[in-house]
Design a protein around this ligand. Structure first.
Ligand SMILES: *Cc1c(COP(=O)(O)O)cnc(C)c1O
Length: 223
């Protein structure tokens, strides 16, 4: 096994206080998650519903699972009973469905709105304008069982550090705008989820509160 414990210690040591580590365990076997768990890690990120549901059955109950991938609305019902956070809400329809399933389970589910800032066409997420319009509408305020905790984004997959930094700073600026305009009275709107194995040190400089790190902890994924 890749030396999960020592990688985890190394990454954790680089994170300032207040930055939460989501250990991205997608495509890795449960033994890898157990190794990280035994080092004290409790927050894990997965991006496929079936894989996640299978792992949840086999692993300790006190793990906080974050869904970090694109989630189809018809899959929400399977994870609604246990998911801690759905990080990549990229449509109003999905937000509405999460509220509906959370209500059925008598829970409040925390979510992040995913922004599309990267200069790549394949990525999901709201444009800044689409995100503004969603929040300007009043419908989301009626969703009693979903709580918007902040914003999430993925920077472009590039070696150009300055481009990554620009994109993350744009997200941080937009966070301030949205916070001020729509969430000024909600102290729990506070998360800025950016930074992955390649770029989490930049993300920290760009005021990330939550980094999602897979490869740097668990090694390369075997698809
Ligand atoms: C897979 C994934 C990650 C982790 O990527 P690494 O490069 O392995 O750290 C982070 N965020 C999202 C949304 C992912 O899908």
């Amino acid at each position: 096994m890749f030396d999960v414990a020592s990688n985890l210690r190394k990454v954790s040591a680089e994170l300032p206080e207040g930055v939460k580590l989501v250990a991205v365990s997608k495509f890795h076997p449960k033994e890898y998650i157990e190794a990280a768990y035994n080092e004290g890690q409790r927050v894990f990120g997965e991006s496929h519903e079936q894989e996640l549901s299978r792992k949840v059955e086999q692993l300790p109950r006190d793990i906080e699972w974050h869904f970090i991938g694109h989630l189809q609305t018809n899959k929400v019902k399977y994870i609604a009973p246990f998911i801690s956070m759905i990080e990549a809400v990229d449509s109003f329809k999905l937000l509405k469905e999460i509220n509906k399933q959370a209500l059925k389970n008598n829970r409040i589910i925390n979510v992040l709105l995913e922004l599309h800032i990267a200069e790549e066409e394949t990525k999901y997420g709201f444009s800044l304008d689409a995100c503004r319009s969603l929040l300007q509408g009043d419908e989301w305020r009626q969703f009693t069982n979903v709580h918007i905790s902040g914003l999430m984004m993925m920077a472009s997959n590039t070696d150009d550090r300055e481009q990554i930094r620009r994109e993350m700073l744009r997200a941080a600026e937009f966070f301030d705008e949205v916070k001020q305009t729509f969430f000024a009275d909600d102290p729990e709107f506070k998360e800025r989820s950016w930074g992955m194995s390649n770029d989490y040190p930049i993300a920290i400089e760009c005021r990330s509160t939550m980094v999602r790190v897979g490869t740097a902890i668990f090694g390369p994924r075997v698809y």
